[in-house]
Design a protein around this ligand. Structure first.
Ligand SMILES: Cc1ncc(COP(=O)(O)O)c(C=O)c1O
Length: 383
């Protein structure tokens, strides 16, 4: 019987295809740099943890299976997984087409690739089909890259459409799935060649560790990402892998809870006159509500609001008592941030304007606290 996703994730230690002779409920942490080649009796022989490690293999095998890939590399940060993708696929002179609403760290990294490694980066709004088709016609694109939902604009990208278009141009397509996660959205099933995600966020779910993963659809690319991860030292240390594995059995149920609480909060904020704009793909008023519902099983618990001025936005954040002013999303504790100040500070003010983000834009990540407590807190801060 093929196990459903929740079942597979609840038994992650048994489903990593690596034998634990003591059948622990959690897979052991092989916190070691080296392994004795003479004494190993199993099929797969380990020599050095930068290359391979049994604890990391469990997580990589599970990610690969749940994402529908042929192989995975777990990395020491989420941005390292993005960098691993770029260094594996791109070479001097390559062209990359990127959705312009992307994580600030990815934008900063692409700036470095542009200046230092002669990579041509073409930014576009992926909801504007004519815009991206024109770029395809005028350039030989090697890699297409986007997030969906985008962060912090929360646009939904039609992944099947972009995958088909990329395929028709014989171009590779990669999706940063950090926000939706593999329990909600399966980019490789829609036709993407790579799925990359920061496990710092929802996947680990407790905000205790920084990490990431890169999954390749086909075996050839899976071998290449593994080769580059070893060559460039991108792989994750076993202790951090363990922290990620601890969060995974509850991912499904957490995503559901985040979605429900965020929807209630979005409905509350939608009615407040202090909020001049609200973006949340779970609201029927979101322009891509239908696509969001078709493409994702759970809407992630992140919403973006605008207030009348930067001063009011700052005041609102300062007055909340439960919400911290923190970067990142996907933790049990609710938080807010002004993207132009923190997560997207590497964009200029003008560049942020083109993606609809200003100094009075706030990104909220709704945690797992009691909903009434959160609403009371928001109410008193708005008042
Ligand atoms: C969408 C997205 N991708 C990648 C990253 C990078 O992940 P990390 O912070 O784990 O390096 C982030 C971090 O905020 C992100 O939001």
């Amino acid at each position: 019987m093929k196990k459903k996703l929740e079942t597979l994730l609840a038994h992650i230690a048994e489903n990593g295809q690596i034998n634990d002779p003591y059948s622990g409920s959690h897979f052991p942490i092989y916190q070691t740099a080296t392994f004795d080649l003479k004494k190993q009796k199993l099929d797969k022989v380990y020599d050095y943890t930068r290359t391979d490690n049994p604890t990391r293999d469990v997580l990589e095998n599970v990610f690969s299976e749940v994402c529908g890939g042929a192989g995975c590399v777990c990395t020491h940060t989420g941005i390292a997984a993005v960098a691993l993708l770029f260094e594996t696929v791109l070479k001097s002179g390559s062209n990359i087409l990127v959705e312009k609403d992307c994580y600030g760290g990815t934008y900063r990294l692409l700036g470095i690739y542009q200046k230092k490694y002669n990579i041509h980066v073409h930014y576009a709004d992926f909801t504007q089909k004519k815009q991206i088709e024109k770029i395809f016609q005028e350039n030989s694109i090697d890699l297409v890259f986007c997030e969906s939902p985008t962060n912090p604009g929360l646009k939904i990208i039609d992944l099947k459409y972009i995958a088909d278009l990329s395929k028709s141009h014989k171009t590779l397509f990669a999706v940063d799935n950090s926000l939706a996660t593999f329990v909600s959205q399966r980019p490789i099933i829609f036709g993407a060649d790579f799925e990359v995600f920061s496990t710092t966020k929802y996947v680990s779910g407790h905000g205790s560790v920084i990490a990431g993963a890169l999954v390749a659809r086909d075996k050839n690319w899976a071998e290449k990402i593994h080769y580059f991860a070893n060559a460039g030292g991108r792989s994750q240390n076993p202790l951090d892998v363990f922290f990620i594995m601890i969060g995974i059995p509850t991912l499904f149920i957490r995503m559901k809870a985040h979605e429900q609480k965020a929807l209630s909060i979005a409905k509350f904020l939608e009615k407040r006159t202090e909020v001049t704009r609200i973006r949340f793909p779970g609201l029927k008023t979101h322009p891509q509500y239908k696509l969001a519902k078709n493409q994702m099983d759970f809407i992630p618990g992140v919403l973006t609001i605008d207030m009348e001025s930067e001063e009011l936005a700052e005041k609102f954040i300062a007055k909340t008592k439960i919400f911290g002013e923190k970067a990142s999303f996907g933790s049990p504790d609710s938080r807010m941030e002004i993207p132009s100040k923190i997560s997207h500070a590497s964009y200029s003010e003008d560049e942020l304007k083109t993606i609809g983000i200003g100094k009075s834009t706030i990104r909220l990540s709704i945690g797992l606290e009691n909903l009434d407590d959160l609403i009371v807190d928001l109410e008193q801060a708005l008042a």
